[in-house]
Design a protein around this ligand. Structure first.
Ligand code: BQZ
Length: 667
């Protein structure tokens, strides 16, 4: 059957080629937004500011611990100038202490050493433990004229020298880790010099990707500067937000690092904070104190957390946070059922049902759709030189042919994929680069490859990829092996798997075979950011070019991950220059133009092979207060950061009982 269809396609193709076709850049089809988010935008300082108050108070559960001397008084646990959350931006005002915030996630804690690239299960658990130099999530609410860069966090302020080659950063003074140890410049130095700039550590910021490889100079315990070889701008500071700019506890980790311990290896360093040893030392609002594998993580408030409300109440309000270790689909199911408090609706397969249920007045949650920020793509490994064997090298060399990637893109019927994913108006085609919900997306700068099997076959014919052994699968040139692309997909993401099956079926029709390899999410994550693979299919949030930059852009010598150290393709050099220029300007118009040029380059070259993109909706239980209804699932960061969980609260009468009342992580 396939053979007949393909011969027909081949025949038709030859005819077309004889006539000659004028290449015109196809435009994206028209898009209908489903976003219903209304949010009044406010100033940066209306959200929070660093400062000191006349007095502070703490969660009542800590009083006995302070009275017994087990904990220092709150004034000694807070920094000189805590972060003060403004009441005006808290839709339900100053909160009440106590109770449990219940997450359900599909990931599993890999380990607590986030500096070595380990994740803690995603779904908000990473961000509950880690605090970063600057913060992006709450920026969704900042009005355009104040979108001047990231919000301060551990980095309280920063300034540039005259020619923007030096960035001096002033850290908050007096912040303490959850074990009482002081947070200071040594934690930042260790993060940057011994993790980011040590290529043996799989840090979330790739070596030499921060401003082309800035040098860090310590000035005093709370001041340091980055020195760049070329002028930079405010935009570069966004790279110091989650997930890239989050220092770990140097007083715990240095002894495990090969640079300070001759008996340590980089592998033993990465594994030095195993997920079965609690509590890890953190700066975040909650500390993991129980980890029952495949079942539950329980976190308790961090008594040293460095943030307060305007009444001087130390945050967070919730004493306890749960992460039920389930599936991503169950996260939405439990949010809709009311047994979970939070979900990013991201599996379009359950959108209609979840929407129907959440429209009911009695529903424990309300679904508000935002813009399309969830996009799926097939990423081909372009690092031919890095291939382990000749067969892989030949495949990756083929991936480096733009016509091959364009052929795959034209072979996709994205409308059919979208409807297979979820019947209805949700899905919209995605090729590469920014999702349409990104502030940097411009449809007119995107080149589309519409579904066109004839064109796909013509491109493949043009590369000499004939089916020389007549088995329905094209062969590599000169009678080479069948073209079979082993493609990894995570085993716990329905939407990923369902789409890859559709992609495999559609590519088979033009003689390209996909061999689906299902792997667990951690393996998929590890391989995406630095492992060995031929191709990977998964969801990618390409919204901000300064967030997880190396996953999509040539922002450093080993970026993007899918051309990790491989020779750059001709358009990649041009793209890399534009990415660097984007990172080194603060001029919004210039950024927008560079983003358009980046978008054109990645779509006309099918840098990645996108399928569809969908909107997402945030579900937060109605009993949880201060969850702003306009919070997007993703804008500058995921909603777990954007909803600002440290200022969420539930009235005492509605609180869920704590499992470990009156306890904190021992330290
Ligand atoms: C949101 C997010 C918070 C990672 C992860 C997961 C990893 C990727 C991505 C999302 C999960 C949830 O996304 O799906 O809704 O809660 O955690 O971190 O997909 O596999 O590597 O980039 O953020």
């Amino acid at each position: 059957m396939v053979r007949k269809r393909m011969k027909t396609a081949l025949g038709l193709t030859t005819a077309l080629l004889a006539v000659g076709t004028i290449a015109t850049a196809d435009e994206m089809p028209p898009e209908t937004s489903l976003s219903g988010l209304q949010n009044e935008l406010i100033g940066r300082a209306d959200i929070y500011e660093h400062g000191s108050l006349a007095s502070y108070s703490q969660a009542p559960m800590l009083d006995a611990l302070v009275d017994s001397g087990a904990l220092p008084p709150v004034e000694e646990r807070l920094p000189v100038e805590p972060i003060i959350f403004k009441t005006g931006a808290m839709v339900d005002g100053v909160g009440e202490y106590g109770g449990v915030f219940r997450h359900v996630i599909g990931g599993r804690p890999e380990g607590w050493n986030w500096m070595a690239g380990q994740h803690q299960g995603w779904g908000g658990i990473n961000m509950a433990m880690q605090e970063c130099l600057v913060r992006q999530g709450p920026r969704w609410q900042v009005k355009a004229e104040e979108q001047t860069g990231p919000l301060p966090n551990l980095a309280q302020s920063w300034s540039w020298n005259d020619d923007n080659t030096e960035l001096t950063i002033n850290l908050m003074q007096g912040v303490k880790w959850s074990d009482g140890d002081a947070f200071d410049v040594e934690d930042v130095r260790f993060w940057y010099e011994d993790n980011v700039q040590d290529e043996n550590v799989a840090s979330r910021m790739a070596k030499d990707s921060f401003g082309g490889g800035a040098a860090m100079e310590v000035i005093d315990d709370y001041t340091f500067k980055f020195v760049f070889s070329a002028p930079q701008a405010e935009t570069i500071v966004e790279n110091l937000a989650y997930i890239q700019g989050c220092p770990g506890p140097s007083h715990v980790l240095k002894d495990q690092h090969p640079a300070y311990n001759g008996d340590a290896t980089y592998d033993s360093y990465t594994q030095s904070l195993p997920n079965d040893v609690v509590p890890p030392v953190v700066l975040g609002a909650w500390v993991p104190v129980v980890h029952r594998p495949d079942e539950l993580v329980i976190m308790r408030r961090n008594p040293f957390y460095f943030k307060v409300d305007e009444a001087g109440n130390q945050l967070p309000y919730f004493n306890e946070m749960h992460f039920r270790l389930s599936t991503w689909g169950d996260r939405t199911a439990q949010a809709v059922a009311g047994t979970g408090d939070f979900s990013n609706m991201e599996d379009p397969g359950n959108y209609v049902e979840a929407l129907k249920q959440s429209q009911d007045e009695a529903s424990p949650v309300r679904a508000n759709f935002g813009p399309r920020v969830l996009a799926w793509r097939m990423t081909l490994n372009l690092d031919a030189a890095g291939a382990e064997d000749d067969g892989e090298k030949a495949l990756r060399s083929l991936f480096r042919e733009t016509d091959f990637r364009l052929a795959l893109s034209h072979a996709l019927d994205r409308d059919a994929i979208g409807q297979a994913l979820a019947r209805g108006p949700f899905a919209y085609p995605y090729v590469s680069g920014f999702a349409s919900g990104s502030p940097y997306y411009d449809a007119s700068a995107s080149v589309y490859q519409p579904f066109d099997q004839a064109k796909a076959s013509a491109l493949l014919d043009g590369l000499g990829l004939a089916d020389t052994d007549g088995n329905g699968v094209r062969n590599l040139p000169d009678g080479g092996a069948d073209i079979v692309i082993s493609t990894q997909v995570a085993d716990n993401a329905n939407a990923d798997r369902k789409q890859l099956e559709a992609v495999a079926s559609q590519l088979e029709e033009v003689g390209i075979r996909i061999n689906i390899r299902t792997v667990d999410q951690t393996t998929a994550d590890t391989n995406t950011t630095g492992g060995s693979y031929t191709a990977i299919f998964g969801r990618e949030n390409v919204i901000m070019p300064t967030r997880e930059t190396c996953r999509s852009w040539p922002s450093g010598p080993s970026c993007p991950h899918f051309n990790d150290g491989g020779e750059r393709l001709p358009f990649e050099e041009e793209l890399a220059a534009k990415v660097a220029a984007f990172q080194s300007t603060s001029d919004a118009a210039e950024q927008a133009q560079l983003a358009r040029e980046m978008q054109t380059l990645v779509t006309e070259n099918a840098y990645t092979i996108g399928t569809v993109q969908v909107p997402a909706a945030l579900l937060v239980n109605k009993r949880v207060k201060n969850a702003h209804p306009g919070t997007p699932v993703f804008m500058y960061e995921w909603a777990e950061d954007g909803v600002v969980r440290e200022r969420l609260w539930t009235p005492v009468a509605d609180q869920v009982d704590e499992v470990l009342p009156d306890t904190i992580a021992e330290y």
